[in-house]
Design a protein around this ligand. Structure first.
Ligand SMILES: NC(=O)c1ccc[n+]([C@@H]2O[C@H](COP(=O)([O-])OP(=O)(O)OC[C@H]3O[C@@H](n4cnc5c(N)ncnc54)[C@H](OP(=O)(O)O)[C@@H]3O)[C@@H](O)[C@H]2O)c1
Length: 289
């Protein structure tokens, strides 16, 4: 039997914080909650969480506090209300932000006498119980090891290393893929719908194309390690291909700004290749080479 404390505090009750509270409660972990907008804490109390009246009370309730806030700026607003209650506590900030903001936040928390872990919640939306969901963690290994058990109900864990910013480097890199994918899928469905077609007829083809992405990822990763994908002929082909997507979208009355942004990058690489007299792949352009 584990001797780990079976109780935590959750600060921040947006859709993600609420999903975390539910996961803890379902796993039999006692949860104390606090949220800036009190009504969200009331809703969690109805599920069985204890409601703290202040941040200080929430911090005092447990050794470990999980933060699920919009960004790190909110952490200062929240913990700043009770900074004198941080000493001896463990703050696991699972909010999204840049790696550098995370490192600064970690230093601020430690300066107030608490341990710190950062996390990037790589979940299927706020469905942390989805089989594809997991959480990146970074920070001191011994702090992660000491508290991994109580955090386990949230999602499978991927500890990356001691650098506080590391979880956010990996998390933001994956969101870099996800954001344009979301928008591209909207554009594709808009093209289908505006052309008088059924989205349900299109979906199986989109899913089928998705099966090729692991192949492309492995291929592009190998190419990146060798400098990046795309000789001059391939860059010209992508420029022309992007124009066809722009034309198809415009013909159907669909916003093509995403495709224009893609085309602008291929054109940048073509221009860089021309001035270098050798292929400059988009990967190299993006790295600022
Ligand atoms: N939702 C998802 O699908 C998802 C998936 C993966 C990762 N994440 C990340 O997880 C974190 C939380 O997500 P979420 O969807 O729950 O975010 P959210 O809707 O932005 O809610 C975040 C929480 O932050 C609080 N907050 C924001 N600014 C504050 C301030 N200045 N002072 C005090 N409290 C403040 C909000 O309080 P109020 O209720 O008072 O506004 C709310 O409790 C974010 O960093 C997000 O990027 C979310």
């Amino acid at each position: 039997m584990s001797q780990q404390p079976r109780s935590v505090t959750v600060l921040g009750l947006g859709p993600m914080g609420q999903a975390m509270v539910r996961a803890f409660l379902e796993a039999g972990v006692e949860v104390t909650v606090w949220n800036r907008s009190a009504e969200k804490a009331d809703a969690m109390a109805e599920l069985g969480a204890k409601r703290a009246a202040t941040v200080a009370e929430a911090l005092e309730a447990n050794e470990v506090a999980v933060l699920s806030l919009t960004h790190y700026a909110a952490m200062y607003d929240v913990l700043g209300q009770a900074a004198e209650h941080l000493a001896g506590k463990v703050i696991a900030n699972l909010s999204s932000d840049s790696p550098e903001q995370t490192r600064r936040g970690a230093a601020w928390v430690r300066a107030h006498g608490a341990e710190f872990l950062s996390g990037g919640v790589m979940s299927a939306g706020d469905n942390i119980a989805h089989p594809a969901s997991y959480i990146f963690y970074s920070g001191p290994r011994e702090v992660f090891d000491a508290h991994a058990e109580v955090l386990r109900p949230l999602s499978p864990q991927e500890y990356l290393g001691v650098d506080d910013g590391l979880a956010q480097v990996f998390y933001q890199a994956l969101l870099t893929i996800f954001h344009p994918w979301m928008l591209a899928f909207d554009q594709a469905m808009a093209l289908i719908a505006n052309s008088g077609n059924e989205i349900d007829r299109f979906l199986p083809f989109a899913l089928r194309s998705n099966e090729a992405f692991p192949y492309f990822m492995s291929d592009f990763a190998a190419a990146a390690k060798a400098g990046g994908w795309g000789d001059r002929a391939q860059l010209a082909m992508m420029d022309a291909g992007a124009q066809h997507v722009v034309d198809a979208s415009v013909e159907a009355g669909v916003d093509a700004s995403l495709s224009r942004a893609a085309q602008a990058l291929w054109r940048k690489a073509i221009a860089a290749s021309e001035s270098a007299g050798a292929p400059v792949p988009v990967y190299a352009v993006m790295r600022g080479a």
